[in-house]
Each structure stands twice: as C-alpha cells, then as structure tokens.
Design a protein around this ligand. Sequence first.
Ligand SMILES: *[C@@H]1O[C@H](CO)[C@@H](O)[C@H](O)[C@H]1NC(C)=O
Length: 208
Amino acid sequence: MDHGSLLVLTLGLAAFPPPIFASMVVPEAFKKHEVVPDVIPAAPSAQVKVIFEGGVEAKLGNELTPTQVQNPPKVSWDTEPDTLYTLVKTDPDAPSRADPKFREWHHWLIVNIPGTDISKGDVLSEYVGSGPPKGTGLHRYVYLVYKQAGKITDAEHGHLTNRSGDNRGGWKIAKFADKHKLGTPIAGNLFQAQWDDYVPKLYKQLGA
Ligand SMILES: *[C@@H]1O[C@H](CO)[C@@H](O)[C@H](O)[C@H]1NC(C)=O
C-alpha cells in the first residue's frame, strides 16, 4: 500500500468509525460484569441513560453510593414511534454477590411506558434506592429496557410500594420477560454500590 492510500484509509476510519465499536460497548460490559449470564442470557446492544441528582450517571459498572442513588433517576433510551416499553432496575447480588440466595431483589418495574415518558407508564414496583447490607461488598444494579409488542397487565405481580420490601426478592427479570414475551432487552446499563450510611435510612423507609 502506498502512502496516499494509507492516508485515505486512516482519514476514512477517523471520519466514519465502524458502528460495530459503539454497539459492542454494552455487550462487553455485560459480559465483563457477568450480567450475562447472571441476569439475562443475551445482552442488549444499546445503552440506557441513567442520571441521578447532581448529574451522577451509571456508566456500565462504575461505583456509586446509596446516598447518590436514593431518589429515582432520569432515564432515557432510543425509542421508536408509537411503542411501549418496560423498564426495570434489579440487583442479582442479594444478599451478596458471593452468596446470592435471594437473586434477584428488584428495585423498580414500570410497564407500558410510551416512549421514554416513565410518568405515563404503569408502575408495578415503585422505585427503591440501593441498600446493600453492611459487609456484603459491591452489588450490581442493572437497568434494562424492553420493547413491548402491546400493552401488559400483571394482576399476579400487583403494585409494590416503596414502603415495604415484601415480594421484591427471589424475583427474576428473565422470567417476567418470558411471561410477557418481551424478548431480549433493547437497552441496558449498570452501576455498582456497597453499604454507606444512607442504607439504614432506606431500611427504615421499607419498614425493616
Ligand atoms: C417512592 O415511590 C414513589 C412513587 O412511585 C416515588 O414518587 C418516590 O420518589 C419514591 N421514593 C423514594 C425515596 O424512592
């Protein structure tokens, strides 16, 4: 190859990075952090944006504190017109990653979200911050978005408030996705967190 064509190739790559690079980011992070296979069998290709108060963001496995994530974040993802979505936040590491006997403890579940307007969705499980027990190390908090084929109802699940921890543990998003034929999630993200002194306040909120 002469210098001229090498230059064209280099400039071409810089101007048009192959899209495969961008679309591998989430699958690689989900593999590295073992979200695949601990939570779901196949990773989404896109990222869901999860932004907490003060602009703190989930970044595919970074560490945040329970204090930082105590209130519901702003969440967004790429949408198609006239489409409903399901959003979940789930912790596969309950009570610890080493001994996850209550896998998963789910923190948030909203269905029938038109686009990304979560205020118009049906809340099945209200938002609960992150409350990893003291001494249990880092927990993974996984966000997933599924595209729905139609409207979902789930009387069996009912409505879980964030004033109680009942029926949150021993739950599986993959089972819920199967039950409602949601397929593979279209977007995902995760952060990790370990105990800090906000956790006792969260337990009080849950009546524990
Ligand atoms: C509890 O859930 C309600 C209703 O979904 C929500 O508005 C509120 O922000 C949640 N509170 C906390 C502390 O997560």
